[in-house]
Structures are given as structure tokens and as C-alpha cells.
Design a protein around this ligand. Structure first.
Ligand code: ATP
Length: 255
């Protein structure tokens, strides 16, 4: 692809007609020792995944399903920042095509008019103090014309919201370019999101709004204030104390 201007992101691309999950395939590439920047792109996923074992609907028509292999030299507890970084890059790439607001629901969803247009799933293989590899997966609803059943209440596509038919490969190229630059800064700063915090918070739908944090058996309510440099969500509780919520295994809902 001559349009691509990246140094390493997507330098090698594995195109698949159909696959179980691009994250699984990229993780296999990581285990085989392939280099940072390998990209897996599929036309459809038959076992696309979300967080906590949830499913990600990945029909052949209109979606982008891709996963990028990374070998970040940051502490493992900073790896979740990659999710936020990719979410920001996706939002900004889509925003270049439309004036309709493209927002982020912390930590990993890109939303338009309150519905999900894209989800990010980051998975890593690591020791306590060392990351072997990270896979960051992007499932984007680009040109789908409808969503069946209960998904229609929370999912939408870029086309449904804007009437614009975005070009898949151009969008992928723009996204990779943006992500490559951001990720280099992120790694140089040891996995801190400080340089991206303002931009992320500008797009954050949760800011200033009540949220309910569900963390396994525990659940609490508060007002979302923004994010920490590590990507945690900062929540003000009723007693005015501020709690930071790790971007890992929790679910946050607007209430
Ligand atoms: P929540 O919906 O509570 O924010 P989450 O952020 O943990 O959940 P994800 O891992 O981002 O969830 O995505 C999985 C969920 O997203 C599924 O349970 C389903 O409700 C929804 N979903 C599945 N496929 C799609 C799709 N193609 N577009 C938008 N949403 C989808």
C-alpha cells in the first residue's frame, strides 16, 4: 500500500478472509517471535471477543477487524494505557471525516450519539516485571447498515451516524500512522499518558457525569472527573474522596 507512511506499524500485514479472532492470530504471531508492528486484518471474525469473554459481533459486511502486535518497553501495569491511546487514535481518525462528535467511553469504547461504533481489546503476555508482547485489537463498525436484536440499542456504525461511506484501507492507514506516532511518545515516557490526557478527556463522555463502577463483587457510584497518567478513571465519591479505577477488569456505566 503506497499510501502508508509508517515506519513499523503494519509494515507486515496478514490479510485473512475469515478468522476466529484477529487478537488470537496476532497473539500467535507474538508467540512465534514476530516483530512489533505485525498487523492482522480480517474481513470477518467468527469468534470476535470483547472484554471479560464477551462476544464482539463481526459480520463480513462493513466492519474493520484488526489487531496490532506490540512489544512495549514499559512496566506491565502501564500496558492498559495502550487501550486508551488506541481509543483516542481511532476517535481522532474518525473525527477527521466528520463534524459529528466522536466520543470515548472510558476506557475502550468509541461512541457516537451514545452508541458504540468501535471497541478496543488489549491483551498481553507478561511476567511480573516484563512484557513479552501486547496485542491491541480494534473492532470498528464502519459501513454496517443495521444491527439486529438488542445490539441495535447500543451499537451503531459510522455510516449510520454520518451517511459517509469511509474507505477501509485509507482509514486503516490513517489510524496506523497516528497510532505509531503516539505510541512512540507513550513508550518514551515510560507508559505515561500525560501528553494525551487533555485530548482524551476532551472526548470522554463520562467527564462530570455520574458513573457506577462494577468491580467483581464490589460496586460504587461517583462522579467521573477524568483520567490519571496511567489511564485510571478518577471518580469522586459522595464523601468527596477521589478514587482511581484501574482500566482492567471493571465495567463503568452512566447512571
Ligand atoms: P459495556 O457494554 O458494558 O461497556 P464492555 O466495554 O466491557 O461492556 P466490550 O468488551 O467493549 O464490552 O464489548 C463487548 C460488548 O459490546 C458485548 O457484550 C455487546 O454488548 C457489545 N457488542 C458486541 N458486538 C458489537 C459491535 N459490533 N458493535 C458494538 N457493540 C458490540
Amino acid at each position: 500500500e503506497s499510501r502508508r507512511k509508517t515506519k513499523w506499524a503494519g509494515k507486515k500485514i496478514l490479510f485473512l478472509e475469515s478468522t476466529d479472532s484477529t487478537n488470537i492470530q496476532a497473539a500467535l504471531a507474538g508467540s512465534r517471535g514476530e516483530e512489533e508492528g505485525v498487523l492482522v486484518v480480517a474481513k470477518e471474525q467468527v469468534a470476535g471477543r470483547g472484554r471479560r469473554g464477551r462476544q464482539w459481533e463481526s459480520p463480513q459486511e462493513g466492519g474493520i477487524y484488526m489487531s496490532l502486535l506490540l512489544r512495549p518497553t514499559v512496566p506491565p501495569d502501564h500496558a492498559s494505557g495502550i487501550t486508551l491511546l488506541m481509543a483516542l487514535c481511532v476517535a481522532e481518525s474518525l473525527q477527521e471525516l466528520t463534524t459529528e462528535p466522536v466520543k470515548i467511553k472510558w476506557p475502550n469504547d468509541i461512541v457516537m450519539n451514545g452508541k458504540k461504533v468501535c471497541g478496543i481489546l488489549t491483551e498481553m503476555t507478561a511476567q511480573v516485571d516484563y512484557i513479552h508482547h501486547v496485542v491491541v485489537g480494534v473492532g470498528m463498525n464502519l459501513n454496517q447498515t443495521q444491527f439486529a436484536g438488542e445490539l441495535s440499542e447500543k451499537a451503531t456504525s459510522f455510516w449510520l451516524e454520518t451517511g459517509i461511506r469511509a474507505d477501509r484501507s485509507r482509514l486503516i492507514a490513517a489510524l496506523l500512522e497516528k497510532f505509531e506516532q503516539s505510541y512512540e511518545v507513550f513508550c518514551k515516557e515510560g507508559g505515561s499518558l500525560s501528553r494525551f490526557r487533555t485530548e482524551y478527556e476532551k472526548r470522554l463522555v463520562n467527564t462530570g457525569r455520574p458513573v457506577r463502577v462494577q468491580d467483581g463483587k464490589e460496586s460504587f457510584d461517583g462522579i467521573a472527573l477524568g483520567i490519571s497518567p496511567k489511564g485510571d478513571l478518577l471518580v469522586r465519591l459522595e464523601d468527596q474522596s477521589i478514587r482511581s479505577v484501574f482500566a482492567g477488569e471493571v465495567s463503568v456505566r452512566g447512571i
